[in-house]
Design a protein around this ligand. Structure first.
Ligand SMILES: NC(=O)c1ccc[n+]([C@@H]2O[C@H](COP(=O)([O-])OP(=O)(O)OC[C@H]3O[C@@H](n4cnc5c(N)ncnc54)[C@H](OP(=O)(O)O)[C@@H]3O)[C@@H](O)[C@H]2O)c1
Length: 262
């Protein structure tokens, strides 16, 4: 039986979750694609490719050359460029696209959030008075905080940031989620954190700090998501993406197999 080739653009828990959910579906042949930002990524037991495609033309070429039957945009909500490229390349090559759009976090009672549009605004929102800041924005976007050197930063990222990218007063915690609420609460209290800066990533794995901040009465500076392309098919999680793939690609494939009498 010829299987439908599915390319999953990953770098998120949804991508890993989808790979796990599709492991038993022998109608699909999966390839997981990673940008290559993390030094030791957790790789699932499916073929993986690592590194950029070379923009929209490169991705289009890959989709056509590899005869990809469906593309899944399961990138992180802040990976807006890759999502744009996926929408454009899929449209040009006629490959069905499903995007997993993880719902954002929403402030609730007791939350003290300051909403900002980007990292520059986040750094400015910390104010002029020196504070101890828990910075959980990844290691690639620290430059704006070098322009706010009055603060004392604790930076958490999967891989340590390059030393030259750090603000003058900073220490680094290298750690990979998920992070439980109680552990987050203990860490924030022990470090004497006054304010947390985070991207509005959404999802469960890093949501522990939100409840911990609420419990401790800490302020959070919440960086809004970048705009993502409108796509015809978007779902909130891995299970819905699996259902879509089975319904839109897998069933068509099954029908073709039956029609051919395979
Ligand atoms: N941004 C975040 O906060 C964040 C957080 C957690 C995980 N991640 C993951 O880290 C990766 C990079 O994030 P980013 O914000 O740097 O992305 P981005 O700005 O949207 O993409 C920059 C370039 O990286 C390459 N790329 C991105 N994702 C790729 C993938 N899954 N497979 C192959 N190439 C990929 C593409 O290069 P070409 O143009 O050469 O194809 C893309 O144009 C993403 O896969 C994302 O899911 C990002």
């Amino acid at each position: 039986m010829q299987r439908v080739k599915v390319l999953i653009l990953g770098g998120s828990s949804e991508a890993s979750g989808l790979v796990a959910l599709l492991a038993q579906e022998d109608r699909f042949a999966l390839t997981l694609s990673l940008a290559g930002r993390t030094r030791r990524p957790l790789l699932p037991d499916v073929p993986c490719r690592v590194g950029g495609f070379g923009g929209v033309p490169g991705l289009r070429h890959y989709l056509e050359e590899e005869k990809i039957g469906a593309l899944v945009d399961a990138t992180h909500p802040f990976a807006a460029q890759m999502s744009q490229h996926a929408a454009q390349a899929a449209g040009m090559s006629g490959v069905p696209l499903i995007a997993i759009r993880r719902p954002p976090w929403i402030a609730g009672p007791g939350d003290r959030w300051t909403m900002v549009a980007d990292m520059r605004e986040a750094a400015a929102a910390l104010g002029t008075r020196p504070r101890r800041v828990f910075l959980t924005v990844g290691r690639q976007e620290l430059a704006p905080f070098r322009a706010a050197p009055q603060h004392d930063y604790v930076i958490r990222s999967i891989d340590p940031p390059p030393p030259q990218s750090l603000p003058p007063c900073a220490r680094v915690i290298a750690a990979r989620g998920p992070f439980a609420v109680e552990a987050e609460r203990a860490l924030l209290a022990e470090l004497g954190i006054a304010v947390i800066v985070t991207k509005n990533s959404g999802g469960e794995a890093t949501a522990g700090k939100l409840a911990a901040a609420r419990a401790l009465g800490l302020e959070m500076v919440m960086v809004a998501r970048p705009p993502l392309p409108d796509v015809a098919a978007a779902v909130a999680g891995a299970a819905a993406a699996r259902d879509w793939l089975i319904g839109h690609v897998g069933l068509a494939h099954d029908t073709a197999v039956v029609a051919r009498g395979v």
